[in-house]
Design a protein around this ligand. Structure first.
Ligand code: FES
Length: 110
């Protein structure tokens, strides 16, 4: 089973998770309550993490991550809710201030 190391507030929380686990789903059912999240659908960016190790074990970013994180993807940021854990990974959600891009209002798009 893959191991997830979460660096949070100066501590490292380590848990084994099922292969293909979604950490936000686990947080939602209180199996990984230390994970911060919001919408669970790739829209709010509240779950953004920075990958400290094991990035090579993650799938390529999907369109939601590209839309929400843009250039930050190259700095190792990912949307935790969009990840399916396959292998060991090390992440942090500390000190991340990423906001979703502003949506264009329909009246402004003419
Ligand atoms: S929980 Fe909202 S973008 Fe991941």
């Amino acid at each position: 089973m893959p191991k997830v190391k979460l660096h949070k507030d100066g501590e490292v929380i380590e848990k084994e998770v099922d292969k293909n686990a979604n950490l936000v789903v686990m947080a939602g059912i209180n199996k990984f309550p230390e994970i911060k999240y919001g919408c669970g659908m790739g829209r709010c960016t509240k779950c953004t993490c920075r990958v400290l190790g094991g990035a090579e074990n993650l799938q390529a970013p999907n369109w939601k991550e590209e839309k929400m994180l843009g250039d930050k993807l190259e700095e190792g940021y990912r949307l935790t809710c969009q990840l399916s854990i396959q292998e060991d990974i090390e992440i942090t959600q500390d000190n991340i201030k990423i906001r979703p891009p502003r949506r264009k209002s329909a009246s402004l798009t003419k």
